[in-house]
Design a binder for this molecule. Structure first.
Ligand code: DHK
Length: 144
């Protein structure tokens, strides 16, 4: 069975308490549940994770080599700062999908840079939690 890794970066564990104007009102547990259902429908095995630590995210991306068939990543604020996460993603030949609940390009200027995007096959942004489902559908299509 194809294996899908979804990585969530810093502060995404606080969904439900973050500004609903940008992030909606669903918690990360709600989004995980939605993703589990979508992955099941796509017949993909899902690992759904969150970390506030850049190094841990880098390690997960490294460990995913030769194990996972696609990675969906919302690196949170590390999207805009982390060359280390970009370098780790660059190791992969599998599809990498960048996802964001909000549309960072329509927010503060410091969110307009994305290092993740440089390694991503596709970007889904500004679609709230549904963007995660769309990302799973894209991962399904790109690995079929
Ligand atoms: C999540 C964050 O935590 C921010 O730092 C990003 C992203 C946007 C999101 O929209 O999911 O800038």
């Amino acid at each position: 069975m194809r294996k899908l890794l979804i990585i969530n970066g810093p502060n995404l564990n606080m969904l439900g308490r973050r500004d609903p104007k940008h992030y909606g009102s669903r918690t990360l547990a709600d989004i995980e549940q939605m993703c589990k259902e979508a992955a099941k429908k796509a017949d993909m095995e899902l690992s759904f994770r969150q970390s506030n630590h850049e190094g841990e995210i880098v390690t997960w991306i490294q460990e995913a080599l030769d194990v996972y068939d696609a990675i969906i990543i919302n690196a949170g604020a590390y999207t805009h700062t982390s060359i280390a996460i970009f370098d780790a993603l660059e190791l992969h030949e599998i599809p990498i999908i960048e996802v964001h609940l909000s549309d960072p390009d329509k927010r503060e200027k410091f969110r307009h840079v994305s290092y993740v995007r440089l390694a991503a096959s596709e970007v889904v942004k500004g679609k709230g939690a549904e963007g995660y489902i769309e990302s799973i559908e894209i991962a399904d299509r790109l690995t079929s």
